[in-house]
Structures are given as structure tokens and as C-alpha cells.
Design a protein around this ligand. Structure first.
Ligand code: GLA
Length: 360
């Protein structure tokens, strides 16, 4: 038997899933699979193609700061919820979700591990519980205070649909994605500035500072006008973070309508505005991504582009004319290599189904 779980892309709605905003992600075709078998001995063994092996000690699970944390984290959460009545198994992990690329490779490992255990041991975990447990593994074991987006998209993904979700209420709807002759192109800068998780948690704290200073408990109860009026009360960084959140919430709603109406120019503009705000107000971009975005925007076949995911490197997402993809990738790849000595990777992404397991 094996469990599988995809990575995700996010059209727009970045760094707002932990700020009561709207998000617009979809599961992608790239996924992690976890093959599960009864162990030959009394150990819980994990092997990962290309990343080595390790043995989980259920009596003593501690983060090691590497890929094994995502798997240990899942076992740790099951134990915390008194669901760890498992006999020893071996897990073989394989993934084509690039690591550190902002495509949620970590969520896909967590969800695929849970899906495999859920199927093999008939734990009866429903989708909401899979999402909650995977997020808990990331928040409380790995130590990244991420929002719900990655685990949610990985579990709930649907072919040809993106998911428009209100992270305040938890309500969501599937939005059909029909791009005609256009496509979403993800470009992986292959840089991952290790500040990642520390800076991520710091952004969360700065958003909380913005809310506290304004005596509000949700960004949904603050208008842009109010933020501007009260700017003098706020530490400059808290103002900037709030400005990103409020404008991104608005852009995400506009983008959903624009996509349904096939208003590509507007979709592109919103992506570009989102990027500017992530760079200037949320400050999660980096030199290499800026270089890629600037050069991408020179192509007439590119409608808009922005950094995607947690930031500080990783990937960008662009709306482009599908026929131009080979030319864009070839030219951009050469330029980028000459400048930084790094070979970028490009992937066309399209909305795909979410996690599950297969009795093989
Ligand atoms: C990471 C987190 C998500 C989300 C994004 C930024 O991917 O895991 O919860 O906050 O960053 O939008």
C-alpha cells in the first residue's frame, strides 16, 4: 500500500493564511509517495530515495533539523492524540516535489505519511483531521508557525480547479481554472536563503503587533483607510506588514473574478502588484528572484509574475502564453546561469487531485 500527497502552487493570497485572509492555491501534479509495509523486525524504519535512512524511536522523538522531522512529526502528532497504536512498519519515501522551492515539499511529505498510515492501519482519519494533524506536525514538531494553506491544498486538491478559501471562516469553494492558451509557469530559482523559518515566524509576530497596536483581533475588521489613519501609532514594520495583508486580501478576491472572466491583463497586473507588495511591504523576496522577475517581465508573452510561497528564495509563479514557455525558459535560464552560476528549473503546473492512498 502507498499514500501519496501533492505539492501545491498558490495563484495569489500570499502570507495571508495566518492573517484571516483569502488564499487561492491548487494541488500540483508533483507529489510525494510513501510506500508502507509491515516491518521485518521491531523497528519503525524510514528510507528516502536520495536522502538516506533512519529509524524512528517512538519513545524518544526529537527534531533533527532535516527531512526526517516531517515524518517523525506525524508520528509524534498521532501519539499526542493517542492514535499511536501501530505495529512497526517500514516507510519508503519518494518525491518529485523539489525541496525548498516554495512548492510545499514538506507538507506533501507530512500528508503522504499520514495518508499511508491512515490507509494501512485503517485509522479512519477524515480530510479535516489529516489537514489538522499535518499542520500540527509542522507547527509543533518542526517549529514553523505556518498557516493552513499547504496542508489544505495537498489534501483537498481537485483536478482543473483551484481552491478559493476564506481562512477566517474555513469556507472554501472550487474554482474551475480554464486558461485557454495560457499556463501557470513556476520557476525555481534554486536558492533557499536559510533565514526562511526564523523570518517566517518573525513576520507572524509583526502582523500580531500590528493587530494589537490597533486593538483588533482580525485583519478583516480593519480597512485600508483605517490603517493609513493610524499609521503614526504603528511601528513602521508593523504598518508595512499590515499594508501587505490588507492589499493582498483585496487582490485575491479580485483575482478570482478576473480568472473566471478570463481577464488575463487584470490577473497579470494583480500578480505583479502582489509581488511588489511581497518585496517592499512584506520583505520576503531576494536578489535572485528580483533578477528573474525583472527579466521575465521583459517578455511580451508574460502577463504577470510574483514570488510564491514562504519566500527568501524558492520559486516564482507567472501567467504566460503556453507556446512561449520553451523560449522563456531557454533565454531566462542562460541569463540566470551567466549571472549566478545556477541552473534554474521551470515547471508548468496545473491543478490536480489531492492526497489519498492506494492498496497495491
Ligand atoms: C508557507 C506556509 C503557508 C503560507 C505561505 C505563504 O508556504 O507553509 O502556510 O503562509 O508560506 O503564503
Amino acid at each position: 500500500m502507498y499514500g501519496y500527497a501533492p505539492g501545491r502552487a498558490n495563484i495569489i493570497g500570499e502570507h495571508v493564511d495566518y492573517n484571516d485572509g483569502y488564499i487561492f492555491p491548487f494541488a500540483i501534479e508533483r507529489k510525494t509517495t510513501v510506500l508502507i509495509k509491515k516491518s521485518d523486525d521491531s523497528s519503525f524504519r524510514v528510507r528516502s530515495k536520495g536522502y538516506g535512512a533512519f529509524v524512528i524511536n517512538p519513545e524518544k522523538m526529537e527534531p533533527r533539523g532535516d527531512w526526517t522531522d516531517y515524518i517523525q512529526g506525524v508520528f509524534w502528532v498521532l501519539k499526542r492524540h493517542d492514535r499511536f497504536h501501530l505495529f512497526p512498519v517500514t516507510l519508503e519515501v519518494d518525491s518529485d516535489v523539489p525541496i525548498g522551492a516554495g512548492l510545499s515539499s514538506s507538507a506533501s511529505v507530512e500528508v503522504a505519511t499520514l495518508a499511508a498510515l491512515n490507509g494501512f492501519f485503517t485509522l479512519g482519519l477524515d480530510k479535516a483531521t489529516l489537514i489538522a494533524y499535518a499542520k500540527e506536525a509542522e507547527n509543533d514538531f518542526v517549529g514553523v508557525q505556518c498557516g493552513i494553506m499547504d496542508q489544505f491544498a495537498s489534501v483537498m486538491g481537485k483536478e482543473d480547479h483551484a481552491i478559493f478559501m476564506d481562512t477566517r471562516s474555513g469556507d472554501f469553494e472550487y474554482v474551475p481554472i480554464d486558461l485557454d492558451d495560457k499556463t501557470f509557469l513556476v520557476i525555481n530559482s534554486k536558492v533557499s536563503h536559510a533565514l526562511g523559518s526564523g523570518e517566517y515566524n518573525r513576520r507572524r509576530a509583526e502582523c500580531a503587533l500590528c493587530l494589537n497596536t490597533l486593538h483588533r483581533s482580525s485583519f478583516r475588521d480593519i480597512s485600508l483607510a483605517e490603517l493609513e489613519n493610524k499609521r503614526a501609532l504603528l511601528p513602521p514594520v508593523a504598518y508595512l506588514r499590515g499594508l501587505h495583508v490588507l492589499t493582498e486580501i483585496e487582490r485575491t478576491c479580485l483575482c478570482k473574478t478576473a480568472l473566471l472572466e478570463k481577464d488575463w491583463a487584470l490577473v497579470g497586473r494583480l500578480l505583479t502588484q502582489s509581488h511588489s507588495s511581497l518585496r517592499d511591504n512584506y520583505q520576503v523576496s531576494c536578489e535572485e528572484i528580483e533578477y528573474l522577475i525583472e527579466n521575465l517581465n521583459q517578455f511580451s508573452s508574460v502577463w504577470g509574475a510574483r514570488i510564491m510561497g514562504g519566500g527568501f528564495g524558492g520559486s516564482l509563479i507567472a501567467l504566460v502564453e503556453e507556446r512561449a514557455v520553451p523560449k522563456i525558459l531557454a533565454e531566462l535560464s542562460d541569463k540566470y546561469f551567466h549571472r549566478y552560476g545556477i541552473r534554474l528549473e521551470g515547471y508548468q503546473v496545473k491543478p490536480s487531485k489531492g492526497a489519498g492512498y492506494v492498496d497495491s
